[in-house]
Design a protein around this ligand. Structure first.
Ligand code: ADP
Length: 491
């Protein structure tokens, strides 16, 4: 889809998401929904964000005003609250029977999906539709922008239940096609949608209910978070069963690459660093390196290539490749520090590797925002060997921090990192290294090349400088979202 229009009048958008930084975050989705409102403001777009009223959200909004009460809402009573936090305009769906649970937004303490996730996120989506119709004191938005399967039914409610009322335009952004929100068909009866919604043109998906599938069919526009991923998901290989629908809707699909919040991720002011620095004072990164080494119990070392991984520890992220290559990485002269959590087997294999190579490998299992900043500020390179990657954010943070990304040539990784091939190195435009294949050989070849460039010194510094002086912020992509919204309204 070509996005062209630009019109300066203010536009109201309701962003609907299951997470938003700094309130609740399990991954890149939260970074995007947290950063976009401020990035869109200069484009004349006012964003309100609708979130589930998880405990962390309600605690952060003690002054929130109750603006609607829905006594019988998916098995309990619900309130819509409106509040502000750090310049963000937030609507929270306070429904204790659905959201008053500590911990992860999607998983119970046993690590499994909450059994009522279907109801929990249908409720979020219906609230978005009610706001969209102007049924609450909030002025009706012109666009409802739903993020991922958790918000995808917004498009379905607005499609099937608007009747003669005007409805906002709908945008669905796919942050990761692997998560589709598929539920047993018995859920359908609880959704409050008419029977005709349960067909192959609507929610029915191989005899089940498909939230993302319905959103992909019914949203006015579909975006995903990089142009390459927009291409990949229309192929059988990358489409995860939904490629047929995405090809059918090809006219409505576009890729808009994510940025990062360059205030939160700014090495010149970052309070999580041992020493702040800029492109002009890159040598000061050594103080952060010392802090990283000391945190992970590695001896001080000025020369070896210090690699990091900051990631969910899953098959998607190619963590098995890192584990399999560990001995060879170390023999090739690299050191490795890992921060992440996920697959229990990967966690224990990584911990075992750290015990096996105590002076070369450090591992911390868990989620640690401050440590992730320090690692970006002190390590030489960040490894991202994903099998697929819709956009990826850690490589963007790496570019900004002079932590050179070594990435798989897929999705947003391919779109945001310029490989250090001979021509790009000569031209001074290379910003990182791309694996020629997501395999043991591909990973080791890239790491050996990185060790070599790093030891040479000057080429490595050019990679760092090109990355640090490039644009990884939101301004260009926010303008594209704004143009898309205006194009939908003009249509
Ligand atoms: P995904 O959303 O698929 O997990 P992204 O690269 O798009 O991957 O975004 C991941 C975000 O979460 C980044 O901001 C990254 O820094 C952060 N992150 C991932 N794992 C951890 C961790 N263990 N501790 C701190 N931050 C993490």
């Amino acid at each position: 889809m070509e996005i062209t229009v630009d019109d300066p009048t203010t536009l109201r958008v309701l962003s609907v998401a299951s997470e938003m930084f700094p309130l609740v975050k399990t991954g890149g989705l939260a970074d995007v929904t947290g950063a976009l409102p401020a990035a869109l403001a200069p484009q004349g777009v006012q964003v309100q964000t609708l979130l589930p009223g998880y405990p962390a959200v309600l605690q952060a909004l003690p002054q929130a005003e109750r603006i609607a009460v829905w006594p019988d809402y998916f098995g309990g009573s619900a309130r819509l609250l409106q509040g502000r936090l750090d310049g963000l305009d937030i609507l929270a769906l306070d429904a204790p029977h659905l959201y008053a649970r500590d911990g992860n937004p999607y998983l119970g303490p046993d690590g499994r999906d909450w059994p009522d996730n279907g109801e929990r996120f249908a409720a979020l989506s219906l609230a978005a539709a009610r706001i969209g119709w102007g049924d609450t004191p909030v002025p009706a938005p012109q666009v409802v922008h739903a993020h991922d399967w958790q918000a995808a039914l917004s498009a379905a409610y607005l499609h099937y239940l608007s009747h003669d009322r005007p409805r906002p335009r709908t945008v669905l952004t796919v942050h990761n096609l692997a998560f589709q929100g598929r539920f047993d068909r018995r859920l359908f009866g609880l959704l409050g949608l008419p029977a005709q919604a349960y067909t192959s043109e609507g929610l029915e998906y191989h005899g089940d209910v498909g939230f993302l599938k319905a959103g992909l069919l019914l949203a006015d526009a579909i975006t995903t978070v990089s142009p390459s991923y927009a291409d990949e998901i229309r192929t059988p290989h990358g489409g995860m069963g939904l490629d047929g629908i995405l090809r059918w809707r090809a006219e409505a699909v576009s890729g808009i690459v994510n940025g990062i919040d360059t205030e939160v991720w700014n090495p010149a002011t970052d309070a999580h660093l041992a020493r702040c620095y800029s492109a002009a004072t890159v040598a000061d990164r050594i103080h952060n390196r010392r802090a990283v080494e000391s945190h992970f119990g590695l001896p001080p070392d000025d020369n070896s290539l210090l690699l990091c991984v900051i990631s969910r520890l899953t098959d998607q992220k190619g963590i098995d490749l890192v584990i399999d290559a560990l001995d060879q990485l170390v023999h090739a002269g690299a050191l490795l520090v890992v921060l992440g959590s996920g697959d229990r087997a990967f966690e224990s294999q990584l911990k075992a590797a750290a015990l096996h190579h105590p002076a070369k490998v450090g591992v911390q299992i868990g989620y640690d925002e401050p440590l992730s900043h320090l690692m970006q500020g002190g390590c030489d390179a960040i490894l991202v060997p994903s099998r697929f990657e819709p956009c990826g954010l850690t490589q963007l943070c790496g570019l900004r921090y002079g932590c050179v990304p070594i990435v798989a040539r897929v999705g947003g990784l391919a779109d945001t990192v310029i490989d250090a091939n001979d021509a790009a190195l000569r031209a001074g435009v290379a910003t990182g290294l791309q694996l020629t294949s997501v395999s043991h050989e591909g990973l080791m070849a890239a790491v050996r090349k990185a060790v070599h460039l790093h030891a040479e010194g000057a080429p490595w510094q050019r990679l760092q400088q090109a990355g640090m002086t490039g644009d990884v912020g939101w301004s260009v992509s926010a303008a594209r979202y704004a143009a898309l919204y205006r194009q939908l309204l003009a249509a």
